[in-house]
Design a protein around this ligand. Sequence first.
Ligand code: HEC
Ligand code: HEC
Length: 490
Amino acid sequence: MSLTDCRSRRCRRWITAICVLLMVAAAAGVWGWYQFFHEEPQPAWITDNPEMRFKYGSIGAEHDAGIPYWIFYVLPRMFPEKLPGPGGLAALGVAWEEGMELPIGFTKKTIGFPRVANTCAVCHTGSYRVAEDSNPVFVPLAPNHTLNLAAFFRFLIDCAKDPRFNPDNLMREINLVTDLSVSQRLIYRYVLIPITRKRLLERESQFAWLYHPGFPDWGRGRDDAMNLTKYFMIEWPMDDSFGPTDMPSLWNLGKYEPERGMRMNFAGDSHDAYSVLIDSALGLLGAAPKDKDEFLGHIDWMLEYFTARQAPPYPFAIDRPLAERGRGLFVAECAGCHESARTGTVVPVEEVGTSRDRIDTWNERAAREANEVVEAMGIRRKGLVEEPLRGYVAAFLDGIWIKAPYLHNGSVPTLRDLLEPVASRPVTFRRGYNVYDPKKVGFVTDGAEAERVGTLHDTRLRGGSNRGHEYGTALSAADKGALVEYLKTL
Ligand code: HEC
Ligand code: HEC
């Protein structure tokens, strides 16, 4: 029987019913698509201004790693005891500009419903204050030395593990702060809250090393980046390595010349900036990009932005004649590694003598597997270096004044301390307080406020050693002063 043959009333009723059902299904499909997937561009004040785009612009992480906005909003209110201190998210040391809805590095984008995710700026925007009573100055592309990343990861998981994370409680809190439509309330209650909880809990095993009783806290401003890659990207089981580092700076990336043997990341694990950008962005997305061309468009834009931006100038007075004298000492003592063909290349760990914990978090096989994962996404890049790690990259020192604390693991609080032999460097200090100390050149590490805000760095614990790099330590106190004065000019 064909449709044109359908003359009986019963048959016509069937056809009508089927048509109605199809229309309802189509309408439901469109409604569902709209509620969960329709994308709205971010506002022009974010997308049209390069600095705003860096700080708040989406790179596509909302698709798989986004948290529904209202859940993100109420968690700090519901579970303040799971944060490291009072003040909501600010207790995590995020860089929060006055009057902004979200901290720097947190993106808000509607894909069906408003979602919050992260961008590079969360770790790669620094801050300093010239005095305790002054406002912070935020410096895009500088290391975020105040961010307590481990506490942030743990906060989300600990919330999800709490039985109070349930639709009744969350809806009560959400209804206090916003007036959602009936359909949105139903979606939050029956879909978004259960799914968000489930997805956060799924990550728990990958984050196991954050709860490892034998590992000290990373503390503010540190990230165990290669372990994150190992446990999330290639999903290895937890091993015994522990190597949190500071966040590096991202300005002036054109200084890295891979064809001259320069490598990126502290231990030289990656070939070039393009590869690091891709791998970092994939880490934030937590999955293959939904739209590869759009994704690579973000990468190209960032690479251009990071290449053009230069280090921020030192914000206090510099004694120029003294710095000029320091220049001579720099040439004699430091330029062999920091202003030569060695700069940007790996110096063997036996030579520089610093902690090898970070090196031991990564290896050749991990690099090979991670490269395979990216290749399988159809993304071409030079990628991670498939060789054993040997040491640390001789750092470029542009903008070094704002990169405190020093060495890859942030184990020496100030430049002046770095010029002391290991035995005379501070054994413990507070990190993550952002008042600047122009005398020792670094951030203030003691006093009541630094102790209240900062986390304790203990150089005797795993991942914290301040050993090695004893260059310039035999200079006289006056010469050290001159050398530090010169370092301010870089
Ligand atoms: C969770 C914090 C975090 C986020 C988010 C993050 N990074 Fe990083 N980034 C790091 C850390 C830590 C390192 C150093 C890793 C190491 O060598 O151990 C690093 C290294 C780098 C480097 C190498 C710098 C150098 O001089 O060798 C580049 C480039 C970079 N990141 C770019 C990005 C980009 C682009 C994004 C966003 C797509 C991003 N990062 C997101 C923490 C972060
Ligand atoms: C033999 C090579 C070599 C010499 C000489 C050398 N450095 Fe370094 N420097 C390195 C290496 C390698 C690193 C990275 C070590 C690490 O992070 O573990 C480094 C790191 C640093 C850092 C920390 C960078 C950061 O982002 O935390 C500073 C500051 C620094 N050097 C200053 C100096 C000064 C000042 C001198 C001269 C007194 C000097 N260096 C001499 C190889 C050298």
